[in-house]
Design a protein around this ligand. Structure first.
Ligand code: ZN
Length: 503
């Protein structure tokens, strides 16, 4: 009696560091102080914990209660520690055995009635509890999410009273079960008419994890095509799916436990702020690029995005993660997404259309395209024109297109070859590129001439090689042949007509 220690977890980015709730009880005037929480949070926590303890027919000790949340340098916002604090008070005052708390972690806010309420980020907490070899107790509403973590025993309880009865051995708490996985119907490529070249580029992008830019007039099907990319990617592996699920769980957008394995497709509007795009805030939350982790980020109307938003994209495009710095701490969010961007060829959207309806002059087109910086463009491996469809292709008796399932088979075969080599083509490092993208001397000269005439950088040159590797993989060819290389160079052609601003 006098002291109790209860384990819980905070939420810092996608991590769930351990928090020890230490409750000390001493003689003197009845009072309760909480060290390590912001003042407003302390007031609210005190009220909830006191009411919940009384509601559960326990006695609220008329002693001097000091509660310390350690370590001190963690953000400890919200009511996620209520349950741990209440249990600590009951144990320190002898109303609950101290030993019963061993091997458990508790996460939940208390209602005044003693009911346990859901908190955010429980998936990361459950994974971490399993690594610490402890069981974890959460609110029933958090059960489905926490149960996605394997190698950990997750139990749910509705009220503080139920928890105490279970810890005393008088009651068995239900084990949290994952909800049955029900894949949503993905949009299918069979609905996309014509656009042979754009479909081909989409397939290459999927096969090698390359970023892609569609350029075409409004209504040509750029959005339609982009929304089909997830459906032709291989299914996410366990680790990948869990990583994406944890990000959704801490984002505050909510995680659908029945759809958790689905690769995310994020489609933010161009008016979104840089913070909404890459993450941030006083209590840093992941942005769109992290919500698209292991999935697809679609940025429509690329030149309409703010310059700043596009600049902050550059680093995560390269590194697969984003670091958000706040005064006191740094937060890193994974952001390995596949970018699909789309833009009109000119401000009115009709440049190059045979109808001749575009009235933009050269200067207007140049200024419009200059909104996308050269360095960003350089990081996009495939640039494809998506022309307006001929009306005959839209007729219902036009030849039907290939379905996503058929394309996906080829993508999976190509990815299989890359797995053996140790890296997805778009993510090969320099040494891997040198080892796996060998050209004949004739093709080397061809590539050098192309780089010269298109005025491409060394970075672009290596990216061409990786795309050529993917094209060869799709063809089942061990070596990169001339036709693979020329096709890869073709996807860089727009770079010359687009701006090459200083890096
Ligand atoms: Zn125009």
């Amino acid at each position: 009696m006098g002291l109790a220690i209860v384990h819980s977890r905070a939420r810092v980015g996608v991590h769930a560091p351990e928090v020890r709730v230490e409750v000390h009880m001493a003689g003197g005037l009845p009072a309760m102080s909480i060290v390590g929480l912001p003042e407003a949070a302390v007031r609210e926590a005190k009220d909830r914990v006191r009411a919940a303890i009384l509601c559960a027919q326990f006695e609220f000790p008329a002693r001097r209660i000091t509660i310390n949340l350690a370590p001190a340098d963690l953000p400890k916002n919200g009511g996620r520690f209520d349950l741990a604090i209440a249990l600590g008070i009951l144990a320190a005052s002898g109303q609950l055995s101290n030993e019963a708390l061993d091997g458990w972690e508790f996460l939940g806010e208390l209602a005044l009635t003693g009911e346990i309420r859901a908190v955010d980020g429980v998936l990361a907490a459950a994974v971490a509890a399993g690594q610490a070899q402890r069981k974890v107790l959460v609110a029933p509403a958090n059960g489905f999410e926490a149960a996605l973590a394997t190698d950990v025993e997750v139990r749910t309880a509705r009220t503080l009273l139920e928890v105490c009865a279970a810890l005393d051995g008088r009651k068995e708490l239900p084990r949290a079960q994952p909800r049955q996985y029900v894949p949503a119907r993905q949009p299918d490529l069979v609905d996309v008419r014509g656009q042979t070249q754009a479909r081909r580029a989409l397939e290459i992008a999927a096969a090698g994890a390359h970023h892609l830019l569609f350029i075409g007039p409004p209504g040509s099907g750029k959005t339609l095509l982009a929304s089909r990319l997830c459906g032709i990617l291989p299914e996410a592996g366990d680790t990948e799916a869990l990583e994406s699920a944890i990000i959704r769980s801490v984002s505050g957008h909510g995680l659908d436990p029945a759809r958790w394995r689905q690769r995310p497709f994020r489609n933010p509007h161009h008016t979104a702020s840089a913070v909404a795009l890459v993450g941030g805030g006083a209590d840093p939350r992941p942005g769109e690029i992290s919500l698209a982790h292991h999935g697809v980020l679609f940025l429509d109307e690329l030149p309409e995005w703010s310059r700043h938003a596009l600049e902050v994209l550059r680093e995560p495009l390269e590194s697969g993660s984003v670091t958000i710095s706040r005064a006191a701490r740094q937060c890193e969010f994974p952001a390995r997404f596949q970018l699909v961007a789309a833009m009109n060829p000119c401000p009115c959207g009709w440049a190059g259309d045979p109808s001749g309806r575009c009235l933009c002059n050269d200067e207007m087109i140049r200024r419009y395209r200059a909104r996308i910086s050269g360095p960003l463009l350089e990081r996009i491996d495939l640039h494809v024109e998506v022309p307006r469809l001929a009306p005959s292709l839209l007729r219902s008796d036009a030849i039907p297109s290939e379905s996503s399932a058929v394309v996906r088979e080829r993508v999976i075969r190509a990815r299989g070859l890359q797995e053996v080599r140790g890296a997805t083509n778009a993510r090969m490092d320099q040494a891997q590129t040198n080892a796996w993208c060998v050209l004949t001397s004739g093709d080397c000269a061809l590539l050098e001439r192309a780089v010269e005439s298109l005025q491409l950088s060394a970075r672009s040159l290596h990216r061409i090689l990786r795309v050529a590797r993917t094209i060869a993989d799709l063809a089942g060819s061990e070596t990169i042949r001339t036709q693979h290389l020329t096709e890869a160079i073709g996807y860089r052609r727009l770079e010359r007509s687009l701006p090459r601003a200083a890096a």
